[in-house]
Design a protein around this ligand. Sequence first.
Ligand SMILES: Cc1cc2nc3c(=O)[nH]c(=O)nc-3n(C[C@H](O)[C@H](O)[C@H](O)COP(=O)(O)OP(=O)(O)OC[C@H]3O[C@@H](n4cnc5c(N)ncnc54)[C@H](O)[C@@H]3O)c2cc1C
Length: 322
Amino acid sequence: MREVDVAVIGAGPAGLFAAYYAGFRGLSVSVIDALPEPGGQVTAMYPEKLILDVAGFPAIKGRELVTNLVAQAAPFHPDYRLGVRAEKLSYLDGRPVLGLAGGEQLSCGAVLITGGLGSFTPRPLPVAESFTGGGIVYFVPQPTELTDRHVLIVGGGDSAFDWAATLAPLARSVTLVHRRDRFRAHAGTIERVRALPVRIVVNAEVSRLYGEETVTGAELTVRGGEVETLPVDTVVAALGFTADLGPLAEWGLNLDRRHIVVDSAMATNLPRVFAAGDITEYPGKVRLIATGFGEAATAVNNAAVVIDPTAHLFPGHSSDGT
Ligand SMILES: Cc1cc2nc3c(=O)[nH]c(=O)nc-3n(C[C@H](O)[C@H](O)[C@H](O)COP(=O)(O)OP(=O)(O)OC[C@H]3O[C@@H](n4cnc5c(N)ncnc54)[C@H](O)[C@@H]3O)c2cc1C
C-alpha cells in the first residue's frame, strides 16, 4: 500500500494551496480529484472570469489563479490523482487508509478534505450517449488546441459563454447552441460574445453527431422542426455539473447538511481527518477562495503536529528560507 503524509481530497483552490503548504512543511502529498483537471469550481464553472477578491491580485482570471496555484505547489512534486474519486475511509494501526475508485489504497499520516460542493459530474450531452467517437469535451484545458477548428458549444450558462469568448479568436468557427432563448450567463459576458464572431442558435438542440473516430459534423434541430447540418471538429458540452457529497457522506463525519463540521484547528470528529474550504462548517463560516486558503494553511499545520508530535504548529515564515 502506498504511504503518503497528507492525502488532500479535492484539487480546488483550497486543496491546491494545501498541497503547497504540505510541501512547505516537508510533508509528502497526494491530491485526489474526481475531475480530470485541477481547479475545482473555478475550472469547472468560471475559468475565464476575473476574480477580484483574492489577496494580492487586484484582478485575476480563474484559469490563471489555478495555473499559479499548481505552479506554487510544483516544487514539492505533489502526486496528482485526477479523474479519481476518493471512495472509502478506514483505519489501519491508527492511520487513515483512503480507498480510491479503481481499488487503490493510500495509507495516510492525515487526510485533508477540501471537497468543496462534493464530487462534480458534468451533465451529459444526451446525443453523445449513442456516439462512440471522440471530440466531445466538458472542459477546454488548453484553448489553443482548438485553433482553426470548427467548435460547437452547447449550453446557455456562464461556462458556455466563457468558452465562446475564449475560443472565438482562435477557432475557425464557433457556434453556440442553446435549447431556450434565454440565457443564464452574466449579461456583460453575453454582450461581449454577441460582439464576437460567434453564431448563437437558440431554441435548438443537437439532434445528431456525425463522424466515426471523431466528430466531423452535427445536426441541429430548431424548435418548429427546421434542421441544419454544420461541420464540427469539437463539441464543448457546457451543460453544467451536478454535485453531491457522494461517498464522503458515509464516512461517519459530523455533518451539518452538506458540510463537514470542523473546530478551530480544522479538525473533523474523525482522528487524523481535517477539512478546509467550502466544504467546512463552523459558526461564522464564509465560503470564499480567500477564507479557504487560510483554512488550508491552518489544517496542514495542525495535521503536521498530529503526524509528528514533535513538530511545531507554527511553520516559520516562508520568506526565512529565501
Ligand atoms: C460562478 C462562480 C463564481 C465565483 N466567484 C468567486 C469569486 O469571485 N471570489 C471567491 O472568493 N469565490 C468565488 N466563487 C466561490 C469559489 O469558487 C469557491 O469558494 C471555491 O472554489 C471553493 O474552493 P474549494 O477548494 O473549497 O472547493 P471546490 O472549488 O469546490 O473544489 C472541490 C473539489 O473537490 C473534488 N471532490 C469532492 N469530493 C471528492 C471525492 N470524494 N473524491 C475526489 N474529488 C472530490 C471536486 O471534484 C472539486 O474539484 C465563485 C463560485 C462560482 C460557482
